[in-house]
Design a protein around this ligand. Structure first.
Ligand SMILES: Cc1cc2nc3c(=O)[nH]c(=O)nc-3n(C[C@H](O)[C@H](O)[C@H](O)COP(=O)(O)OP(=O)(O)OC[C@H]3O[C@@H](n4cnc5c(N)ncnc54)[C@H](O)[C@@H]3O)c2cc1C
Length: 376
């Protein structure tokens, strides 16, 4: 959805609901269960010396009950085992090292692993062991690739956390896309401080999906709902625009006739998601862009734009006669609330506490709604 030279990939994922009974309304969340990449699965299978088509049966309760009764090794490696090292706790990492020590016949390797094991025993807090390993590796596969020793598939099952679903704000309205649910997803590809590439599991899974692939997903209703025919201000950055696409599609279908304002933060004009769609609407959306990376120009964030353009529909929100929606990064949401607080202080000659309390009251009464997460 953004230009190839922007260096950031944001994708619009269109899921066909087919014959499912799934229903949603704009503002709801969709949880997606991702699959690991074929590359990591193939490499892991080769290191463990297992055949992806072989099956296994687990007896017992607890974590093992998360697997189907009869599960193929391929299915476990693709859909159940979480390889991201930062999701492993101290106990799991220590057990991994014990297995590696136990499984190697090479004396030099055993000695080096033992030294490493003893050194991490000095770290009494779980976090420091994780930090130690995270400074060097990104996934459990990186550790296995580093040592000549390996672990068995059964041992991997006992130490690995189970893959968790990721949540997405639904970016469509059924009134426009019957039988479809859309997501606006930032694809996570970052370089770790240790120099290795971190590929976000779910965002890369979605970006790899082809037409016809099955995606396991579930709708989660939220209170982040469009209040039709009221003045509305929507504030988002990056993929935080997602729920607002559903809002304007619904508002457009229902002939919304009150002010509709969008504050959108991104790096530059090329990153302005859905700009073509917004222009093509019969609905009149007043758009304020905040660009944070334009050569030679100062960085502007949505909170700066809000502070700058305060007035008009903002007065309606502050009087409880309209609704403010904020979506995206938690830091941005905090910045927006601070900009509002400062403007309130200035306009009404209030002190910090008075302005904060006023905004809290608006939020508690549902006039300010937030759909906030860690990444945009
Ligand atoms: C309610 C809600 C709504 C959301 N809506 C959207 C939306 O509409 N669009 C959207 O794009 N996102 C949304 N998100 C975020 C989304 O759920 C995912 O968090 C995001 O897509 C990244 O998931 P991933 O599996 O690709 O990355 P993950 O694999 O989960 O990695 C996530 C982050 O963890 C860190 N990390 C990963 N591996 C390591 C490692 N080995 N060591 C150290 N750090 C590591 C990195 O910083 C990475 O960015 C939402 C989140 C919530 C809670």
């Amino acid at each position: 959805m953004v230009s190839p030279d922007s260096g950031k990939q944001t994708i619009l994922v269109k899921l066909d609901l087919g014959n499912t009974e799934l229903k949603y309304s704009p503002g709801d969340h969709l949880s997606v269960i991702p699959k690991n990449s074929p590359q990591i699965v193939t490499e892991m299978a080769s290191l463990l010396n297992v055949d992806l088509n072989d099956s296994f049966t687990l007896n017992g309760s607890g974590k093992t009950s998360s697997y189907p009764i009869d599960c193929s090794i391929g299915s476990a490696l693709y859909s159940y085992i979480d390889f991201a090292l930062h999701h492993y706790n101290r106990r799991q990492l220590v057990t991994l090292l014990q297995y590696l020590i136990q499984n190697t016949q090479l004396r030099k390797e055993k000695r080096s692993l033992l030294r490493f094991y003893l050194s991490i025993q000095h770290h009494t807090k779980g976090a420091s062991v994780q930090q130690y390993l995270l400074n060097k590796y990104v996934t459990i596969l990186d550790i296995l690739k580093h040592y000549k020793s390996t672990i068995t598939f059964e041992q991997l099952l006992t130490i690995s956390p189970i893959m968790k679903p990721r949540f997405y704000s639904i970016a469509s309205s059924l009134s426009v896309h019957q039988k479809e649910v859309h997501l606006c997803v930032s694809v996570v590809n970052e370089v770790h401080t240790n120099g290795l590439l971190i590929e976000g599991v779910c965002s890369n899974f979605l970006s790899r999906c082809n037409k016809g692939d099955l995606v396991q997903a579930q709708v989660h209703p939220t209170c982040f709902k469009l209040k039709q025919n009221n003045p509305i201000i929507m504030v988002g950055a990056g993929s935080g625009i997602a729920p607002f696409r559903g809002f304007w599609e619904e508002a457009n279908s229902n002939g919304h006739d009150k002010p509709l304002v969008l504050y959108f933060g991104c790096r530059n004009e090329q990153d302005f998601l859905f700009q073509g769609e917004i222009k093509a609407l019969s609905l009149d959306i007043q758009v304020h862009n905040a660009f944070s990376r334009r050569p030679g120009l100062p960085k502007t964030y949505v909170q700066d734009k809000i502070y700058e353009t305060f007035g008009g529909p903002w007065e309606l929100i502050l009087e409880g006669a309209g609704y403010l929606y904020i979506c995206g990064d938690a830091k941005m949401a905090q910045g927006v609330m601070e900009a509002l607080r400062k403007r309130l202080q200035r306009e009404r000659k209030w002190d910090v506490e008075q302005a904060k309390n006023y905004l809290d009251t608006l939020e508690n009464n549902g006039f300010i709604l937030q759909d906030v997460w860690g990444h945009t």
